[in-house]
Each structure stands twice: as C-alpha cells, then as structure tokens.
Design a protein around this ligand. Structure first.
Ligand code: HAM
Length: 398
C-alpha cells in the first residue's frame, strides 16, 4: 500500500517529507477543532510540557512551512506517509493508531491546484485497481455555506458551530440536527433536499471531466469536514456501496499558515489524507484489487538470485560472490546454515528467484539454473558476473 502511495504521489511531482510524532498539545487545541481535541493521546512530559501524539499532520505541516518557507520554491508539493494516533472509540474503520498518506500543495491559490489534488487522490485509488464502481469522491465547498450563512445574517463567530452540525448530519438523528440548527434548519434541509450547487463546484467537476475523471466525483454539499481549518473546496472519499467510513478527506485551508505564524507568513494551501484502515477493508472486499495487491507484494518481495550451497567447503567462495552480486544491486539470498540441496531449491522457488547459482562439485565452475526454463549451464567463476548481467539484461528487455 505504501509503495503505491509513494509511486503515484511521485508521478504527480510530490516530494516526501515527515514531521515529528510528538507535538505541543496547543498546536491541536488552537487549530484542529473540538472533535480532534477530544481524541488526543496527550500527556505531560518530564519537563512539565503538555504534549500529544499527532492525530493528524496538517498543523505540523503548516508550522514547518511557516518557519522555513523561504528555503523552498513555490508551490510546494509535499507528501508524507506516517503513523497517527487518535483516542477514538475503536470500531470498524476507526482504530487508535493508523497510517495516513498526506499530500499537500502550498503556495497555489489557483483552482487548478484543487483539480490536480483531487485527480491525484483518484489516481492513487485507481492504481490499486479500484474503479468508479468501487469509490466516489464527494466534493463540496465551505464557501457555499459561508456565503449562505452570510445571507442568513448569522454572525461569523457562529459559523463554525453550524458547519460542525452539518458535518455530523447523517451520523446524528435528524431531530438533533434540527434542534441544533434552530431557525436555520428549514433552509439548510431544503438545500440538502434540492442538492445545492455552485459555479465553483461545477467548474471542479468540469476540470476533472476534462481528464476523464468525472465518473469518480459527485457534488454533495452535506460534506463540510470536521476539522476547523478548511476555507474552500472540501472533499471526502467513500466506497460506492456506502458501507464503510471515509477512505480519505481533505480540502483547502488558506488561512492556517497565516494563523500559525501570527500573520508572518501567509500562504494558500490545500491537501488531503488517505488512511490505511478503510482502504485496506475495501481492497480486501474487491477480488480484482485484492489479487492485484497480492501480485504486487509478491513482485516487490522477489529476489533475483538464490545461491545454493551444495558443498559446505564452497561456502566462503559463495559468500565472496554474493557480496559482489549485492554490490552490483542484485537481490541475492542463500541459506545461513547447511541445508539439503532440494530444500534450498524450494526456498529459491518460493522467494521468486529468477536464477540459482549452485556451488558444489563443479567448482571452479558454477551451475547457473534458469528457474523459468529449468535450463542449466556451467559457467567459470571469472565469467559469472558477465553471464548474470547478460541474463538480467535479456530478461528485463523481454
Ligand atoms: P481526516 O478526515 O481526519 O483528515 O483523516 C483522513 C483519513 O484518515 C480518513 O478519511 C480516514 O481514512 C483516516 N483516519 C482518520 N482517523 C482514523 C482512525 N482513527 N482510524 C483509522 N483511520 C482513520 C485529516 O486528518 C486531515 N489532516 C487531512 C488533510 C491533509 N487536510 C489537508 N491536508
């Protein structure tokens, strides 16, 4: 999973970074919003500081970028794969520790960045063999709601509270939402029923449509996201069947860097995070995706060469050769202790080796066996490196 995440993020020109796992609790208190603060794994350290295991990466990212922005050319396109901790009630799809891929773009205010980021999120899921029948990106825009609340003449201090209520709609009984929204309930429910739209959301769909990705997205203004810092486009990814928790979520947070640097650095930003837990559940359910992942794991773990030591007297010679082959970049394995030859060949097969090199009675010749064709050739030790190089050149180009 991590290899795919990394590969596709790099395909989009993102570079990898990471931050600390422990942060000051204040960083989240100020920036993430009430829901995450309730879920913090926090404690007082030996220096009497209030610290937390990170529940998410975005506040750290904003802090780091605000402090070092001059060292980098904009826009910054960064990704990170790391472990996160939330003291949540454990349930299907939500655990107390999980891994996330975070992809963020900083210093890009143009709408093109929003489209690029959502396209990346879709392409990552496609790389696992998932299709538009398996998942959907539900896109929305916080500005749609803040414009609405402005029209409704609701004071700006109360916007966050309303957005949080909308975010919980679907997870809470309708009556509870109604009660919390008060006189806004009527207009809000009417938007839910009609399915709100805006020019900006339509442009988002068009931009993704131009890349052939329109089938993967839906507009859904009920999505506002639970985290406090979002300012514009927001989105969440769900399985089509609607059985699982969100696979990924993100959006624009144009004010966070300025807030964290007390106005010293102002930089628009947007990003998303995808978790391993729900994605893992979806991949396990989809046969094609599951098989694709299993094949990729097998391919990734394959070795090139297995060295069979048939005569223990040849072990030192074999090790000298193994060292040289590994120096040249081949993946080489061999038995650490004496073993029957037949067993060594079994290990070679199960490790996915392409060839075996047998060190035995034929010394100073080595028996090279192509495990796919079963063809065997005797090669002198002097000619061995060239012969191995030729084999992999030919099989790589085939
Ligand atoms: P989030 O929606 O809180 O966003 O988390 C992103 C994803 O992480 C979720 O969709 C889910 O798959 C996974 N996840 C979160 N909590 C858990 C958990 N307890 N167990 C398993 N998986 C979990 C953020 O964290 C934002 N910081 C994303 C972001 C990056 N926004 C901008 N840049």
């Amino acid at each position: 999973m991590f290899a795919r995440w990394r590969e596709v993020a790099r395909r989009y020109g993102f570079v990898e970074w990471d931050g600390p796992v422990l942060e000051s609790t204040d960083l989240y208190r100020k920036k993430s919003g009430a829901e995450i603060v309730d879920q913090l794994f926090n404690f007082t350290d030996k220096g009497e500081r209030e610290v937390s295991m990170r529940p998410e990466l975005t506040p750290t990212l904003a802090r780091v970028v605000a402090a070092h922005e001059r060292s980098f050319k904009k826009p910054l396109k960064w990704f990170s794969i790391g472990q996160f901790f939330r003291y949540e009630k454990q349930q299907r799809g939500r655990l107390r520790e999980h891994y996330q891929l975070n992809c963020d773009v900083m210093g890009a205010s143009d709408f093109a960045a929003d489209i690029e980021l959502i396209a990346l999120c879709i392409d990552i899921l496609r790389s696992f063999g998932l299709t538009e029948e398996d998942f959907v990106v539900r896109m929305s825009d916080r500005e749609f709601w803040t414009d609405f609340l402005h029209q409704q003449k609701l004071p700006a201090e109360r916007w966050e509270e309303v957005l949080q209520t909308i975010d919980k709609f679907g997870r809470e009984p309708r009556e509870k939402t109604e009660e919390k929204l008060g006189k806004l309930a009527g207009p809000v429910f009417s938007i839910f029923d009609k399915g709100g739209r805006s020019g900006k959301l339509d442009r988002l769909v068009d931009g993704l449509g131009a890349r052939g990705l329109a089938g993967f997205v839906d507009i859904d203004v009920k999505i506002v996201r639970g985290l406090a810092y979002y300012t514009g486009t927001v989105f969440e990814v769900f399985d089509r069947a609607g059985k699982l928790r969100a696979i990924a979520g993100g959006g624009r947070y144009d004010n966070l860097i300025a807030q964290l640097s007390e106005g010293a650095v102002s930089m628009p930003a947007l990003g998303f995070a995808m978790g391993d837990v729900v994605l893992g559940e979806l991949l396990r359910e989809r046969t094609a995706a599951r098989e694709k992942l299993a094949a990729a794991v097998k391919e990734q773990n394959k070795i090139d060469i297995y060295v069979v030591i048939a005569k223990e007297q040849r072990r030192a010679d074999a090790l000298e050769q193994i060292q040289e082959l590994r120096d040249r970049g081949y993946r080489v394995d061999y038995p650490l202790t004496p073993e029957k030859v037949a067993r060594q060949f079994q290990t070679a097969e199960s490790a996915g080796a392409s060839i075996t090199l047998l060190y035995g009675d034929e010394w100073p010749q080595v028996k090279v066996k192509n495990l796919a064709t079963r063809q065997e050739t005797l090669v002198t030790t002097e000619a061995l490196l060239d012969s191995v190089a030729k084999f992999f050149r030919v099989s790589d180009s085939a």
